[in-house]
Every structure is written in structure tokens, then in C-alpha cells.
Design a protein around this ligand. Sequence first.
Ligand SMILES: C[S@@+](CC[C@H](N)C(=O)[O-])C[C@H]1O[C@@H](n2cnc3c(N)ncnc32)[C@H](O)[C@@H]1O
Length: 317
Amino acid sequence: MPTAVSLFTGCGGSDAGLVSLGFNVLMANDILPYARDVYLHNHPETDYRLGSVADIKSFPKAELLVGCYPCQGFSQGGAREANRNINYLYLEFLRALQQIQPKAFIVENVSGMIRSTYRHLLDDQISKFSAAGKYGYHVRPAVMNAQDFGVAQERKRIIIVGIRKDLGVEYAFPYATHGEHGEKDLATIRDALDGLPDWPTGEFCEDPFHWYYMSRNRRRDWSETSKTIVSHMRHMPLHPMSPALRRIHTDKWVFESDEAARRFSYREAARLQGFGKQFSFPETDAASLAMKYRVVGNAVPPPLFKAVAGSLPDIWS
Ligand SMILES: C[S@@+](CC[C@H](N)C(=O)[O-])C[C@H]1O[C@@H](n2cnc3c(N)ncnc32)[C@H](O)[C@@H]1O
């Protein structure tokens, strides 16, 4: 079993992908107590360290290092400031990379990082990771869409993969398996929500749809992939049982009928992220509806991460 260390782990979307490939995740870390609770509920064998990554002085040796540092600065929804401290958490990832010198690493982040305002940060990551450790790494970035890999959601993310130079191989990103460029049809909202109740009271955000929510179309049909699942529950897309929306002004949409409308529940959001049916959410002291949505919306879709990690060459023996 190849070993992995996971940073900025959240509730473990990326790690669920790794575990399904047979990786042994030795250590995980995040600052969010509920992310830890969900992770350990589903993967009790991992040493999950709660607290800032900056406080971890020593990382265990592992063959793979993964990390999806936060992205507030880069995402469409966040405050777009290129120089906020949170944008420099990749230096903590770099510190772990220097110390562990794994055979390979994988980073995930929002695709906004390729926009010109942030390009200097992306270039800095690539150049620092390329030179890390005794041997350095062959580093490859690519923008990937989760729906191309069987996830019922449109979600574009940048993935950066590095392989240690002394191993003499380079990484090739996987080809799409679903949709226009793949052999299979896109997975739909209907496929993902199979077996879930129509009206799961208490599991979805019932806040009013304020003007900002109604400033764009938030609904897709059962036969489509979902819009991007976000971490703020108020911004969660609409469940397709909701009436269609019609645009009446530049930034103003209205429901076409008075029938009941609701957002996706956190459990539905987890399915649309590609978490398996058995993935569950414990009721701990840190649990709240907003937290459940948050850890789900932050996650990397497990099938996407599985496709990326599964395309690493056989460098483990
Ligand atoms: C994009 S999410 C990662 C999601 C995760 N990879 C998954 O698949 O579920 C980024 C995570 O970084 C965490 N984080 C932010 N600052 C941190 C810090 N200083 N130390 C450790 N974790 C931090 C956040 O709490 C959040 O869960």
C-alpha cells in the first residue's frame, strides 16, 4: 500500500479518492473541528491533527503528499485580493514537500488561479515546487472539470501534479471518461440523487432567496449536471423539483410558478460532489447545518481526485 500525507484535508474528499485506490493516508490536518469529525467518522484509521498546518513541525515520511490549500482569494465568490495572507498557505505545503520529499505530490485549487491577477502566485508555486528537495520535481498544471470524470457537477479546478525528478518519469493527465470527450454520458442530477427523499426537512437551508441569489439562474434540470456546489449554504443551487427561473432584467430572475422551491440539501450536495452513498455526517458538538454544507462544498470530488492519483505512473515499488 503506498502511503500518503494529506494537508488542508477538510472532510476528506481528496482522501476518499486516495483510499479507493488503496492508499494508506498516514496523517491528515485541518483547522475545522467538524471537518475532522466527519473525516474520522468515515476513515477512523488516519492520524488527523486538528490545528493550523503552521504548527506542525514534523511530518511523517510518505510516498505521496496531497494538499488543497484554501482559495478565498482566487474563487469567484471570495474577496479577490491577490495578496491576502491566505493566498500564501502554499508556502506551508512547500515546507512539507521539502521535509517529506515524497515521490509525488498533488495540489488542487480553484481555476481562478490562472487569471492574470493571480498568475504570479501560480507561477511562484510551480517554480518553488519544481526546485523543492534534493532532486526537484517535474511539475504539470492543468484545469480539469469534475463532470468529465463521472461527477454530476460542473466544477472546474486547477490540479498541479509533481513527480520527483530522480524517478525519471513525467505525469500525463487522464483523458475525460464522460461527456463530449469521453466514452460515457455525463452523470446527471437524477443519477446522483438516486434513493434520496424529496423533501428532507432540516437538511437544507431554508433562508429566503434574497436579491443576490435571484440575480442569476440557480437551477438545472434532473437530466443535467449540477451547477458548482459551493460552501456557503445560502448560495447552494436549487433542487430541480423547484420551478424554473426566468430572467426579467439583467441581474434579476423570478420563479415561473409559486410551487415549492428549495436548495439542495447538504446530503444531496455530497452526492453531487461524488461522495459515495455510505459517506455519513456525525452529529457532534461542532455539527451545524452551515458546517455540514461548508465541509461538503469545500471538498474535492473524490472521483476527480481518484482519476488524477490513479494516473500517476507506478513509482511505488
Ligand atoms: C479547499 S478546502 C480542502 C478540501 C479537502 N481537500 C477535501 O477534499 O475535502 C481547504 C481547507 O483548508 C483548511 N485550512 C485553512 N487554513 C488552514 C490552516 N492554516 N491550517 C490547516 N488547514 C487550513 C480549511 O479549513 C479548509 O478545510
